[in-house]
Design a protein around this ligand. Structure first.
Ligand code: MN
Length: 403
């Protein structure tokens, strides 16, 4: 009998979508508790018959074709799955133990954008890298700052990351040196996946923005701080970021997150009309970061929450497209590091260990200012309210030494 533990991220209220690999075949799948259900099994039962979905959509390598069916269908599919399990239980369908299934990157990602939308994070970085008196640059409270990242190096949770080499300027030095980065960091982020395309030249209004968001994942925007510090002026991060990003395998839909909607921080000064909304557009999602040292000891180094973000996803999307920039299905837009109000809730080692000045004690006796070779960084996220829990599982990756 398949049961769902009450603390499972994958309750019947969740029904996320991901890509599993079973016996060498890719499957669009969902997960309930610790069981994975390929959607083709439900298709074979006839529960999606009214939608006339091609079988190939469910055996694709990525979710893009499924997402492209549109929310009208994907929302209805998710509802059908929920109803089916509520009526017939999990035992009525072939399901696979999650431990026996390989997860694959859920979407084929055309473009990846990273925002910088946590006021606490931007303030902390501004204090450390520039000027405590003017930590936020003048534009920051008026627009969601972002940059175009690189999609080719985004990998699914479980994929290792190799410590990159690059140029850095050592303290007091006049000339840069080349070698392995000495300051590898994580960034605790969430990312949203584009579910609908706009035409080039046609902005997505803030009122319509949710229609274009399929769902969310956890996202670790690995960063090499020493490389970043030397390279980032004037055009922003480049090689300090594009060596790796890790995303969690299950896309949790916006519909599953609806019960956890909350108001974001008050925005003062008032933002321009194209960024204004009356609705509550943040989500109360608990976020944790765990560093597992090579001794297999787990250390939780941060408890944050996605609700702290100053700029919401709908503001990010309205801003990103206000110039007519076109989005494509599968594009990934990450939130930026999600830091809370104090060191216990900061979203990067740069902030937690305050640029290396406050080493963090690990349970095996060692300390960390940044991530060491052999460490695994795990992000976790879940929302919970009135006994309903919807979570993201894990976004984990181990850091390997440079060549
Ligand atoms: Mn980032």
């Amino acid at each position: 009998m398949h049961r769902v533990h009450k603390n499972s991220d994958f309750s019947i209220h969740n029904i996320p979508f991901g890509i599993t690999v079973i016996n060498g075949q890719h499957h669009v799948s969902t997960r309930v508790g610790d069981f994975v259900i390929p959607l083709v099994e439900l298709q074979n039962k006839g529960i999606f018959d009214e939608f006339s979905i091609l079988q190939s959509v469910f055996t694709s390598m990525y979710l893009n074709d499924f997402i492209r069916l549109g929310k009208k269908i994907t929302v209805a599919v998710r509802k059908k799955i929920q109803e089916y399990f509520q009526q017939f239980g999990l035992d009525s369908i072939p399901a696979y133990d999650i431990r026996t299934v390989m997860m694959s990157l859920p979407v084929q990602i055309g473009d990846y954008t990273d925002f910088y939308s946590s006021r606490e994070h931007a303030t902390n970085v501004g204090i450390m890298f520039r000027d405590p008196a003017n930590a936020l640059l003048p534009n920051w409270l008026h627009l969601p700052v972002g940059y175009h990242g690189r999609s080719s190096s985004i990998t699914v949770s479980g994929t290792t990351v190799k410590r990159p080499k690059g140029q850095t300027l050592p303290p007091e030095a006049e000339k840069p040196v080349f070698g392995p980065s000495k300051q590898i960091d994580f960034e605790l982020e969430m990312a949203f996946i584009i579910g609908k395309e706009n035409q080039l030249g046609e902005p997505i209004s803030i009122e319509n923005a949710e229609d274009y968001i399929f769902g969310l994942t956890l996202f670790n925007d690995w960063s090499a701080r020493d490389i970043q510090k030397w390279e980032y002026v004037p055009l922003g991060p480049f090689l300090s970021k594009n060596f790796a990003s890790t995303m969690s395998p299950w896309i949790v839909t916006l519909e599953a997150l609806e019960p956890f909607r909350v108001a974001g921080p008050v925005q003062e000064p008032e933002v321009l009309p194209y960024l204004q909304t009356k609705s509550s557009n943040n989500y109360d999602i608990n976020l944790d970061v765990i560093i597992t040292t090579s001794e297999e000891k787990e250390n939780t180094v941060s408890h944050s929450n996605f609700k702290y973000m100053y700029w919401s996803m709908v503001q990010q999307l309205a801003h990103h497209t206000v110039n007519g920039c076109n989005m494509r299905v599968g594009d990934v837009l990450a939130s930026g590091t999600s830091s809370g109000h104090g060191p216990d809730s900061y979203g990067s080692m740069l902030e937690i260990a305050w640029k290396g000045t406050k080493p963090v004690q690990m349970s095996d006796g060692s300390t960390r200012t940044f991530i060491q070779d052999g460490d695994t960084v795990t992000l976790k996220g879940y929302a919970e309210k009135d006994g309903i829990r919807v979570g993201f599982g894990e976004c984990a990756a181990r850091l390997l030494p440079a060549d």
